[in-house]
Design a protein around this ligand. Structure first.
Ligand SMILES: Nc1ncnc2c1ncn2[C@@H]1O[C@H](COP(=O)(O)OP(=O)(O)O)[C@@H](O)[C@H]1O
Ligand SMILES: [Mg+2]
Length: 362
């Protein structure tokens, strides 16, 4: 990222007192989050969080149950990047959904910045493996969907332009999703998530569907964005190397299948300033520990270029699809309202989107 872009982003998050921007905020948008939101990134605290799902329903009654998360206590510091690893089905997505208020814990509680999470939390933004762009909207129109509701048109357009520059899509603002690559679509999706200046960014395998090279570029982009505006990030990934590159700290969740408890099995701080040397011996040691924790033995001595993701422990998981569909349904009302609002900003007729946007919550 250019230093100009970084300065632009910082400026948008830290308006000078008395500046035109802060005056505009006070007068125009007193009752909603502002585009030039404050620079806060928030701590996230899980306090003895548990989640049990009813495994099966017969004649309306639950038969059996599935303890997915158990006794999770953890504080993610403001501005920290936490990576969450674990085999498929161990509850990574569930933990993220609980943090964002998209699901409720069966036990315990979550607070963001000391305040309990109750329902979909506007302090969070979410990014998924699929970019979930609306095909009939332009790239700019999709990014605008992430703006806080009620954002003034001019301020919204300026913010979208800033974000498109940040993610390298300034020349593609008027393109439709079908006209851009998968990596570009994912960058647009990241820009949409950043549009509201979220205090907490919840990323659920955001780069998992990208080819290896694009994935590495996206990792660099995320670090650039975080350096410019260090929001708190909870990143679910199947890729051990991605976790080692991006995170301040990594937790490994257990599966609760009898062999291990459904809680935090390992937690480790990743040493070294980012960007880290992918070939360092220190990281190789941590990689081996994490892979062992995931039940994967290594035989190649540790050399790894990060290109072909041999440590990607992704598994096909039909439950993810079901859970995300449910999540999208729950968020439908909110996204439809956001789409209508954004149509106002982008000049598209509201009928294009209102009531049709079940595909993503933020
Ligand atoms: N709404 C739900 N109802 C029932 N079971 C669920 C629901 N959401 C998730 N699960 C189950 O909880 C487990 C963990 O799911 P998830 O958090 O998506 O795992 P991960 O993201 O680690 O792959 C899975 O076995 C999944 O089937
Ligand atoms: Mg998942």
């Amino acid at each position: 990222m250019s230093s100009d872009t970084a300065t632009l982003l910082r400026a948008s998050r830290r308006p000078e007192p008395g500046s035109e921007r802060s005056t505009e905020r006070a007068s125009e948008r007193s009752d909603e989050q502002s585009v030039a939101a404050d620079n806060s990134s928030f701590s996230v605290t899980f306090d003895r969080v548990g989640r049990v799902f009813a495994a099966e329903r017969k004649r309306g009654a639950s038969v059996g149950s599935l303890a997915v998360l158990d006794d999770i206590s953890l504080t993610v510091a403001a501005g920290e990047i936490l990576a969450i690893l674990g085999t498929s089905g161990c509850g990574k997505s569930t933990l993220l959904r609980i943090a964002g208020g998209l699901d409720q814990p069966s036990a315990g509680s979550v607070t963001i910045d000391g305040t309990p999470v109750r329902g979909i939390d506007p302090r969070c933004a979410v990014g998924f493996q699929e970019p979930r762009l609306l095909p009939w909207r332009t790239v700019a129109g999709n990014v605008a969907l992430g703006l806080p509701r009620g954002t003034a048109r001019a301020a919204g357009e300026a913010r979208v332009a800033e974000l498109l520059a940040l993610v390298g899509l300034a020349d593609f603002a008027d393109h439709r999703p079908r006209e851009i690559s998968g990596g570009m679509a994912q960058r647009a999706s990241l820009a949409r998530a950043l549009a509201r200046n979220p205090g907490v960014l919840l990323l659920d395998e955001p780069f998992g569907a990208l080819d290896a090279l694009t994935r590495l570029k996206m990792q660099d982009l995320l670090l650039d964005v975080h350096r410019a505006a260090p929001t708190t990030v909870l990143l679910v990934t199947h890729d051990v190397d991605e976790a080692l590159q991006l995170a301040d700290r990594i937790i490994l969740l257990g599966r609760g299948d009898g062999d291990s408890a459904a809680g935090i099995r390992q937690s480790l701080v990743v040493p070294g300033v980012r960007p880290r040397d992918r070939g360092s011996a220190e990281l190789a040691q941590l990689r081996a520990e994490l892979l062992a924790g995931l039940g994967i033995d290594r035989h190649d001595g540790g050399a790894h270029d990060g290109q072909n993701n041999p440590h990607d422990v992704r598994h096909d998981d039909r439950h993810d699809v079901a859970a995300e569909a449910q999540e999208a349904e729950r968020a439908n009302a909110q996204s439809a309202a956001a789409a209508a609002e954004s149509d106002r900003l982008t000049g598209l007729p509201a009928s294009h989107s209102a009531g049709q946007t079940a595909s993503f919550p933020f």
